[in-house]
Write a protein that binds this ligand. Structure first.
Ligand SMILES: Nc1ncnc2c1ncn2[C@@H]1O[C@H](COP(=O)(O)OP(=O)(O)OP(=O)(O)O)[C@@H](O)[C@H]1O
Ligand SMILES: [Mg+2]
Length: 905
């Protein structure tokens, strides 16, 4: 229970377990209080609080200032009018709560809070009434201010912070009220126009004159100024404006009519015609007329939809007067100098004794009417000073909109938000919502709505782009974890290693057996990947083409426009044909290391003779090799042809980590089976350990293997092509030319790509960019650079423009997607914050399992490599001397010891 709330002679009874369907922020949001009333009976209140997450910035403010001001005031007036309902038990308050930052003058945070409170008949009734009120307010906010983003307080601590930001018992409270007057019709008594220093002696004359309350003259608030002043105060300050819908009572109507009658009587008695020889008489006459107008206007307006308005300021420390004056000035213009228009002005009220101070605090903290501070009002008109219509209150009961002036302390979004298209909303909240992947929420319409993507639409690929720190990897991780949880197959290629580690430590329990880890840093138990292990013609040629793509990309990056000089058509011919040769024996496939050896050792290539597989092209090639000597050195001791050709592969072949992976004859991971069985492949390309180029080489080779495995699904009937997702963070570093094919073809084979990178302009090959726009079904654009925004704008036009794309806040994105293959209107997305972090125990256990299943002891691998590289003659000799049984079994046993015995099964 909340101690802090108890002093208010009320206590927090309970937090009602209520959830709003379809809201991401669903949770208990209604708080019920019991409180003893002034008369001693117990009153139940139900309340909820919405905290503003961000507000929109007014675009083109400086150019269209007048129009924007008018529109802003009109919007606020409409909003307040819509709040009206014949239920005086309700109160709605806007709070601006400043929390200055210690040690930084004028800096800090300003929380904008919408508090709603209702007196309920009973604790039981509170739930129903609270929910009704919540839905009404939510609909109102969504309808009138869809770009304001709110968060509903669903935990008690947060609610309490907003409800009682500092102890009310000792708070200093002041109020700003409309200016009231007792006007003696027969004299002119000029008064100061503003609140400061108003003489209060006229309270004694209360019985005399006509009671007049100067209506607030709404002006467009320069909220920036107020916020700056609030933040300059070194202590928290709460500025609160509350509205309670009420009815004007018959008594009040009559009392107002009585005041009008006084003026009319004066006008009649003082002579109907003003005398030109008595100018003061003329002024008095005009003033009386103006008062009739003002009072009649007030009466008419208040008969319509009146609210009780209360504006207070509170702080744990004494309140600065200037701040109060500044807020008064915000509320209204100065008292009009024109006699035709008796509006403007305000009074500042401080509690003068401890009892009124208590009442002031009570009134502000409970959002209840205040009976303190004294008044000039005659009987029956006590409330009139606080009674306003929507127009009058629009200047102060306002939600922030950032103008050119800025809004210190408040999160402002310069990018527009757009609502969820009907199709996505239906999918995200429909009966099967749980089966679709949760991307995040849509902030439009105030409270977040879930955003989901259906599996079938994800097969059209997803592309995430955004500057550093915008949340791409976090989203990738959440998507991958959701896929894992849902039992889907996926591969994740991570160039940094963080995503890899996060995922590996977060694998859901039921998927831990399915994980295959490719981690080149694990040199004691390397897994094997032999790209040249191909069993059919199609895949041989496909792989040779893929490898050419890999080399073209790497050479292109290394030598830029000189790449063609180093790697011309001859290079690629030798490379591809020798790879085909190394692939020709399915029972004894060559490895990349052996392929490299072709260029180093004279007759090494003959180990594939006689050809187990060969087509006309390969047969011709073999004949050509008969007359080729890669090792022959020219007269001037220049590089051999083999050296010229093979130096390009040296980095990969000699890297101690890659060597252990690519040197194995048999891939310990069968990518095709992995895809068909819906397994999880996690690849760590942590650049810290591998060189940049080698990490990319490994990444590209894996992409090539996945692509080739996907294409091989052509032989499977469509319904058997189990969906598989390939996640590639920073994908531009591993995208080869063949990637274009992948983007356009993969979908047919059940392979959905999820790609992320920072800049479109990072992708040097414009064909890849075009292919992304042409093939990607879901485009998620976080904040991007100006250059990228220009490229992306046509994808989102006319719903978002480059201004939106360059001004998105972190973790927000513009999304264009499809539902059932149909493109839908772009909308805004807010991603979810990071979930619980990875667990070291899970990380170790899953890694150990994968190691055991797919890794091989390093010594075995090295022995195999050494044997594979033997020349033809040594091979023959070995064959006759029957080598000792491999040490593999011994090492495997040792490994079992390390992993623990129960893992052995
Ligand atoms: N929705 C979110 N709410 C709160 N914090 C988030 C959210 N999304 C991401 N973050 C945090 O923001 C930081 C940056 O996120 P992330 O690493 O995903 O960005 P990125 O776009 O991948 O950046 P980079 O391009 O540098 O890799 C991280 O600390 C992450 O925890
Ligand atoms: Mg990242």
């Amino acid at each position: 229970m909340s101690e802090g709330l108890r002093h208010l002679r009320g206590k927090l009874l309970k937090q009602i377990q209520t959830t709003e369907p379809g809201s991401v922020a669903a949770g208990p949001y209604l708080f019920v209080f019991e409180r003893a009333s002034e008369r001693g009976e117990t009153v139940t209140h139900v309340a909820f609080a919405l905290r503003l997450v961000s507000c929109p910035a007014e675009r083109d403010w400086d150019r269209r200032r007048d129009e924007s001001e008018r529109r802003g005031l009109a919007l606020q007036t409409d909003f307040i009018n819509s709040l009206f309902c014949p239920d005086p038990e309700r109160t709605l308050a806007v709070r601006y709560l400043s929390t200055p930052q210690v040690g930084a003058v004028g800096a800090g945070r300003v929380d904008v809070v919408l508090l709603a409170k209702q007196r309920a008949v009973s604790a039981e009734g509170a739930r129903q009434e609270g929910m009704v009120l919540f839905r009404e307010i939510r609909a109102l906010l969504a309808g009138s201010m869809p770009d304001h983003e709110w968060q509903v307080a669903t935990d008690e601590t947060e609610f309490r912070r907003l409800w009682e930001p500092f102890p009310w018992t000792t708070a200093h409270v002041a109020e700003i009220r409309r200016r009231e007057d007792r006007v003696r019709l027969e004299t002119l008594r000029p008064r100061p126009c503003l609140g400061r220093g108003r003489p209060r002696e006229d309270v004694q004359d209360a019985a005399e004159g006509v009671y007049l309350v100067h209506p607030f003259v709404p002006r467009f608030s320069s909220l920036g100024r107020v916020l700056r002043m609030l933040l300059m105060h070194p202590h928290p300050v709460l500025w609160q404006v509350s509205l309670t819908p009420v009815w004007l009572s018959l008594l009040e109507e009559e009392a107002l009519e009585g005041e009008i009658a006084k003026c009319e009587a004066y006008l009649r008695e003082a002579g109907a015609t003003p005398s030109p020889s008595f100018p003061s008489q003329t002024v008095l006459h005009r003033r009386a007329l103006a008062m009739v107008h003002a009072l009649v206007g007030q009466l008419v307006r208040l008969q319509d939809a009146p609210f009780l308005l209360r504006m207070s300021l509170a702080s744990p420390e004494p309140l600065p007067r200037t701040l109060l004056e500044a807020l008064g000035v915000e509320a209204t213009g100065p008292v009009s100098g024109s006699l035709e228009h008796l509006g403007g002005g305000y009074d500042v009220l401080f509690a003068s004794d401890s009892e009124s101070a208590r009442q002031a605090r009570d009134s502000a903290s409970w959002l209840e009417p205040a009976a303190w501070g004294g008044s000039l009002a005659p009987a029956g008109l006590e409330r009139v000073r606080s009674l306003v219509d929507a127009v009058e209150s629009a200047g102060v009961f306002s939600l922030p909109v950032a103008t050119g002036d800025g809004l210190p302390g408040i999160d402002v979004r310069a990018a527009r938000s757009r609502h969820l298209p009907r199709e996505v909303a239906a999918l995200s909240q429909g009966p099967d919502a749980g089966t679709h992947l949760l991307l995040g929420s849509n902030p439009y319409l105030g409270l977040p709505q879930p955003v989901r993507l259906a599996d079938r639409d994800r097969r059209h690929h997803t592309y995430l782009v955004g500057q550093t720190g915008t949340g791409k990897t976090t989203l990738l991780k959440q998507m991958a974890l959701a896929d894992m949880a849902a039992g889907r197959g996926l591969a994740v290629i991570d160039p940094h290693g963080d995503l890899f580690e996060d995922l590996l430590g977060s694998i859901p329990e039921h998927r831990r057996e399915d994980v295959v880890v490719v981690d080149p840093t694990d040199i004691e138990f390397p897994i094997g990947l032999n790209v040249l292990e191909c069993s059919d013609d199609d895949s041989r040629y496909a792989m040779a083409r893929e490898m050419r793509g890999v080399m073209e990309r790497l050479m292109g990056d290394q030598y830029q426009h000189q790449a063609a000089e180093y790697t011309g058509p001859v290079f690629y011919q030798h490379m591809q044909m020798n790879m085909l040769l190394a692939m020709s024996d399915p029972d004894d496939p060559g490895t990349l290391l052996e392929f490299y050896q072709i260029f180093q050792s004279k007759d090494y290539w003959k180990r594939w003779l006689p050809l187990r597989w060969g087509d006309a092209k390969l047969n011709r090639w073999v004949k050509l090799l008969e007359g080729t000597d890669y090792t022959r050195r020219g007269s001037d001791n220049a590089a051999t042809m083999g050296e010229y050709l093979s130096t390009k592969f040296e980095d990969f072949v000699f890297d101690p980590r890659l060597r252990l992976i690519f040197g194995q004859k048999r891939s310990s991971v069968d990518i095709r089976a992995l895809m068909n069985d819906g397994k999880i492949l996690l690849v760590n390309l942590a650049k810290g350990k591998l060189t940049e180029a080698n990490a990319r080489f490994l990444g590209m080779v894996l992409m090539a293997m996945i692509q080739s495995a996907a294409m091989a699904r052509v032989h499977l009937p469509i319904e058997k092509r189990r969906p598989f997702y390939l996640y590639v963070d920073e994908f531009q570093s591993v995208a080869t030319e063949n990637f274009i094919l992948m983007l356009s073809e993969a979908r047919k084979f059940g392979l959905g790509l999820v790609l992320a990178n920072q800049f479109l302009s990072q992708i040097k090959d414009s064909r890849i960019t075009q292919s992304i726009f042409g093939n990607v079904g879901t485009l998620i654009a976080f904040r991007v650079s100006t250059a990228d925004a220009e490229m992306l704008e046509p994808q989102f036009a006319p719903y978002f423009d480059r201004h939106d794309l360059t001004n998105l806040s972190n973790w927000s994105a513009c999304v264009k997607t499809q539902v059932s293959g149909q493109v839908v209107t772009p909308f805004s997305l807010r991603t979810r914050g990071p979930d619980v972090g990875p667990e070291a125990a899970v990380f170790e256990a899953v890694k150990a399992r994968s190691r055991k299943r797919y890794g091989r002891p390093r010594a075995d691998v090295e022995a195999e490599i050494e044997e594979g590289l033997l020349g033809l003659r040594e091979r023959k000799e070995r064959a006759t001397t029957q080598p000792e049984p491999e040490t593999t079994d011994k090492l495997k046993l040792a490994l079992d010891e390390i992993m623990g015995r129960d893992d052995r099964a």
